[in-house]
Design a protein around this ligand. Structure first.
Ligand code: ADP
Length: 400
């Protein structure tokens, strides 16, 4: 029985899932928090057993991986008898630059590229590499697979990924659109094609991944042709705390008026904008903002309307880019749960012949076609599952 351990490392956290690939079922999942900080804690959720928390010193990710392995093999809370039962480890890696358009078994070259991309993913890539090296140390000889968040975007044509700035910046620094949430977009578009019986070679699919971070992708036959995030995850839709698209001159204007530097301004655009900024600090969370909008808060109302409007504009642009669309898919926290967002976005899409089913549109967290049989475009909800996507890629590459 193939079992794949999926690891997603942040700078002070490590999320994991052990997945039985024969049944694609989660055997256990959990989280190590505050790694390298006082008060570190492991939360372990074995399937069918009570969850278990342990506060213990985790001075680095290597210790965290050892704690995870111990929890997985624990006589009481464990789900395996021996770490040898793990066939391979799949790692979420943020940035693979232009080098990797697919997942790959980690070797010295792969680690070099992940390191070379530290500039492009300064918060994530160093942590991702630490996670890989921690697993190499704790489970010598086991294959580690890197699954890149940017890989899906590598099939975009130049006209979609080139910014209209002097070419030398592309040549010198690789400044281009990369796109993120790639693992989710690939998984969800693939599932949508299968679920709705669309042509696997030709289906034109737009996926709206709407969560704290949000992005839209357009793909033909499962290959990405455009996506809304850019060099970094800041571009595109209005998000929980990120502004998305913006006239770059705003940066200079505010810096000059407020006496702040570009770094501080970028911090504002990444962490204090989006829903949070538009509502004057009320909340970055869609539920809070939409409730406030319903209660009559005018700023919240505009924030919600603007988020729906911008998503609809991207759908329009991507329909033009593909000269048509067969399916529009909603996924991630907001897309999977919030009927108001689906209705709010689709109200702009009557011209495409989109017609929502008044009952099905209310579905939560379940895969479903939410458009009517007469709708010219299928609208669907497909829950994303990045861990399963990583585990599937890992299994396929390792052949376990
Ligand atoms: P992340 O990008 O951090 O993975 P998620 O995909 O979990 O984020 O999405 C989080 C967002 O989903 C939050 O804005 C939250 O308000 C929203 N959300 C979750 N459940 C619901 C719900 N039932 N109704 C409306 N919004 C929801």
């Amino acid at each position: 029985m193939a079992k794949v351990l999926v690891i997603n490392c942040g700078s002070s956290s490590l999320k994991y899932q052990l997945i039985d690939m024969d049944h694609e079922s989660v055997l256990a999942k959990g989280l190590c928090e505050r790694i390298g900080i006082e008060g570190s804690k492991l939360t372990h959720n074995p399937a069918g057993k009570p969850s278990y928390e342990k506060e213990c010193d985790m001075k680095d990710h290597r210790v965290a991986v050892e704690m995870v392995l111990a929890a997985l093999q624990d006589p009481e809370h464990g789900v395996i008898e021996h770490a040898d039962e793990i066939s391979a480890i799949g790692h979420r890696v943020l940035h693979g630059g232009t080098v990797y358009s697919d997942s790959i078994v980690v070797d010295a070259d792969v680690k070099r590229v992940i390191r070379e991309c530290f500039d492009l993913g300064p918060l994530h890539n160093p942590a991702n590499l630490i996670g890989i090296e921690a697993c190499e140390a704790a489970m010598p000889g086991k294959p580690n697979v890197a699954v890149f968040d940017t890989a899906f975007g590598m099939s975009m044509p130049e006209k979609a990924y080139m910014y209209a700035i002097p070419h030398e910046y592309y040549e010198k620094y690789g400044i281009r659109r990369y796109g993120f949430h790639g693992t989710s977009h690939k998984f969800v578009s693939g599932e949508a094609i299968r679920y709705a019986n669309l042509d696997p070679e030709k289906a034109k699919v737009i996926v709206c991944h709407l969560g704290n971070g949000s992005s839209v992708s357009a793909s033909i036959g499962g290959k990405c042709v455009d996506t809304s995030m850019g060099l970094t995850p800041l571009e595109g839709l209005i998000m929980g705390t990120r502004s998305g698209d913006l006239d770059p001159a705003v940066v200079q204007f505010i810096c000059n008026k407020e006496g702040i530097d570009v770094n501080e301004m970028l911090n504002i655009l990444n962490k204090k904008s989006g829903f949070l900024g538009m509502t004057n600090g009320l909340s970055s969370d869609n539920r809070d903002v939409s409730q406030a909008a319903k209660d009559g808060n005018p700023l919240a109302k505009v924030a919600i309307e603007a988020a729906h409007y911008r998503t609809a504009k991207y759908i329009g642009a991507y329909t033009a880019a593909m000269n048509g669309v067969d399916a529009i898919v909603f996924t991630a926290g907001i897309g999977e749960n919030d009927a108001d967002t689906r209705i709010g976005v689709c109200q702009y899409l009557g011209y495409l012949g989109v017609e929502l089913d008044a009952e099905k549109v209310k579905v939560r967290g379940e895969r479903m076609v939410i458009s009517t049989p007469n709708s010219k475009v299928k609208v669907m909800v497909i829950p994303t599952n990045e861990e399963l996507a990583i585990a599937r890629e890992t299994k396929e590459i390792v052949g376990c």
